[in-house]
Design a protein around this ligand. Structure first.
Ligand code: CA
Length: 223
């Protein structure tokens, strides 16, 4: 998905991506970009910063809050990249205008290759038919293909643990990582969310112990 308000530039980018064997859609304004990206779920987003409707920084933040889709931000000046990095927007790469379309295609391919490798190892672990699988694009958690019916907060919490199986997180770390913007979530809330998640997992698989309590420390997820 190309979000770029200069039609000529967008057309060149699209041509090069298509010539490299990819499909590309173009959005020329920012106002509907977040909805369109979340609905159409592209494999990658190339996002201009200066856009009519809504700027690329806001779009990047809003998409990143709910999706891991790779994002390449186009900037107008190279000095801006440092400032953007400081904003922790969660973009995967930055490309400075004017850029060569070849360079762009190379960056896109590099990101997609990296994701393919990660996906391949995750798929191996998820191939088991009783696997717990979390899809952040759809906020969908399944056990053996059946939905766990997690609330949004339960999903966010489990997703932090799930992304790093085996690693122990303290309640404070879980609060910070799963609910960075919520001031009404406390340590005790973590315990009650964990209790609910375990209950939902056991409802589908009574013998399943996926979230391990580490006494005095916190919790870990075991595949
Ligand atoms: Ca622009």
């Amino acid at each position: 998905m190309i979000v770029e308000d200069e039609p000529a530039l967008a057309a060149v980018m699209k041509d090069y991506l298509v010539a490299a064997g990819m499909e590309a859609d173009v959005l020329t304004e920012g106002g509907t970009a977040v909805e369109t990206i979340l609905e159409t779920r592209p494999d990658l987003v190339i996002l201009d910063i200066m856009l009519p409707g809504k700027d690329g920084l806001a779009i990047c933040r809003e998409v990143r809050a709910v999706s891991d889709v790779p994002i390449i931000l186009e900037t107008a000046k190279v000095e801006e990249i440092d400032r953007l990095l400081g904003l922790e927007l969660g973009a995967d790469d930055y490309i400075c205008k004017p850029f060569s379309p070849r360079e762009l295609v190379a960056r896109v391919k590099a990101i997609l290759r990296r994701l393919d490798r990660q996906g391949a190892s995750a798929t191996a672990a998820e191939a088991a038919d009783d696997a717990i699988v979390l899809d952040p694009d759809r906020w969908l958690a399944t056990l053996g293909g059946r939905s766990l019916d997690l609330t949004r907060r339960e999903f966010d919490l489990l997703y932090v643990l799930y992304k790093r199986p085996g690693r122990v997180f303290s309640r404070a770390q879980l609060l910070e990582l799963a609910f960075p913007d919520d001031t009404d979530v406390f340590d005790r809330t973590i315990d009650s969310h964990i209790k609910n998640i375990r209950h939902k997992i056991r409802a589908l698989d009574p013998d399943r112990a996926s979230i391990r309590s580490v006494y005095g420390v916190g919790y870990a997820f075991d595949r």
